[in-house]
Design a protein around this ligand. Structure first.
Ligand code: SF4
Length: 79
């Protein structure tokens, strides 16, 4: 199962929300209209280490490429 480090740079996020269209399970908006990364345990933060399926990994990579300000970074911890 892939393990990914997913990060949102809050200084770059402009609340365009395309990440939520691509991977709604993993991106939510915080009270300041910035995307945060949601983990399976319900926690939300600007970065998370996530165990994901291959399909979820594809969704996260699509979200990364869809972000107009390149605010999202996905690093592969385990492929
Ligand atoms: S797509 Fe990028 S700019 Fe838009 S909410 Fe997501 S992280 Fe923020």
């Amino acid at each position: 199962m892939p393990k990914l480090k997913v990060t949102v740079d809050p200084d770059l996020c402009i609340a365009a929300a395309s990440c939520m269209g691509s991977a709604p399970k993993f991106f939510h908006m915080d009270d300041d209209n910035r995307a945060v990364v949601a983990a399976a345990d319900g926690s939300e933060a600007f970065f998370q280490i996530l165990d994901v399926t291959d399909a979820e990994k594809a969704d996260l990579l699509e979200a990364t490429s869809s972000c107009p300000t390149t605010a999202i970074t996905v690093e592969v911890v385990v492929s």
